[in-house]
Design a protein around this ligand. Structure first.
Ligand code: E4P
Length: 219
């Protein structure tokens, strides 16, 4: 499974990248707002410099011609940029055009398996089902992942399933068990994935016993 970080914060991206297990980045207008991005293209270029993998940058247009113009401009920022397009009629038409032009796309705001089928037929590079937001309204986001995995397997769709809106490590674990290709998550969740209290107490004991051994050797 690929791990993407879901943020526009350059420090967080650098920190996750330094860990050596980061495969890409997803951003969106809300995440850009959160860190006060003023120069969007310059900011995306900086992210693309930090990370080797795919970096999703989202269009804000909602009409076909505007999405195409905006997406082509985003695609020109760097080789590893992916144009993030909302799952609406004009977005699907734009994804089809971008696919024909060899521009990578991430189809965002997916909340159902039928939407994911349409995105795959348009040739999206990634489909982003928003797990957490579905859970937030008392539905089961993970069943959407399960359905998409089965449908894409049935028909050999090459679109990668990018589990998004991840809130905690169990979302990552379950998405991985079901076969999602990618999980995008905040830095906090990446850190939670590697933490275990028994690792911490076990390490404390090893260090303390080693120090006791050194003391006893001095006697
Ligand atoms: C992914 O590409 C989205 O930007 C993101 O995962 C949405 O997450 P949220 O529901 O926490 O805003």
């Amino acid at each position: 499974m690929k791990f993407f970080i879901d943020t526009a914060d350059l420090n967080e991206i650098q920190e996750a990248n330094d860990l050596g297990v980061l495969d890409g980045v997803t951003t969106n207008p809300s995440l850009c707002h959160k860190v006060g991005v003023s120069d969007f293209e310059g900011h995306i270029a900086k992210i693309c410099d930090i990370v080797d993998g795919d970096v999703s940058a989202e269009v804000i247009s909602t009409e076909y011609a505007d999405i195409i113009a905006e997406g082509r401009n985003i695609a020109s920022i760097a080789d590893n940029v992916v144009v993030k397009v909302p799952l609406i009629k004009d977005g699907i038409k734009a994804i089809k055009t971008f696919t024909e032009e060899g521009i990578k796309t991430n189809c965002t705001l997916c909340f159902s398996a039928t939407q994911a089928m349409i995105a795959a037929k348009a040739g999206a590079t990634y489909i982003s089902p928003f797990i957490g937001r579905v859970d937030d309204i008392s539905n089961d986001g993970m069943t959407i992942i399960e359905d998409i995995v089965q449908i894409y397997d049935n028909y050999g769709f090459e679109t990668e399933i990018l589990a998004a809106s991840i809130r905690h490590p169990m979302h990552v674990l379950e998405a991985a068990r079901l076969g999602a290709d990618v999980a995008t998550m905040p830095l906090k969740v990446i850190e939670q994935l590697l933490k275990h209290p028994l690792t911490d107490t076990g390490l404390e004991r090893f260090i303390s016993d080693w120090e006791k051994l050194q003391e006893s050797l001095k006697k």
